[in-house]
Design a protein around this ligand. Sequence first.
Ligand code: THU
Length: 132
Amino acid sequence: MLNPADHELIQAAIEASRNAYIPYSGYAVGAALLTVDGAVYTGCNVENAGYTPTVCAERTALFKAVSEGQRQFERIAVVTRDGGSPCGVCRQVMFEFSPGMTVLMADLDGKLHLRTTVAELLPHGFGPANLQ
Ligand code: THU
């Protein structure tokens, strides 16, 4: 049984995945990011004919939040049809701001596949501390 807060964040990510712009892969991803002060920012993947400009759902949500002044995150829900895992680039961006953040991976039916943390997903990560 999912705790209510996780359930709510996963539902917000499912909702966001409906806006995924995915003419090339057909693989919809939705993300919902909870800040330490309780705000939620959502994102979807946005693909591009040039392929490399494609942005993942997680980074859409993170950059929306950071561009609004948020830098500390508590939890992120990522939803895909198979409960897939965040890519390496998104792990790096999450690590920059909140290595302790909880990461929920769920599918489009709302089933939780994994509950972990950014630090678990990116062990021995390179981050802001390295440049001090
Ligand atoms: N994708 C994400 O949105 N997040 C990830 O962490 C993995 C991959 C997107 C990028 C692309 O639009 C599609 O999924 C297939 O790679």
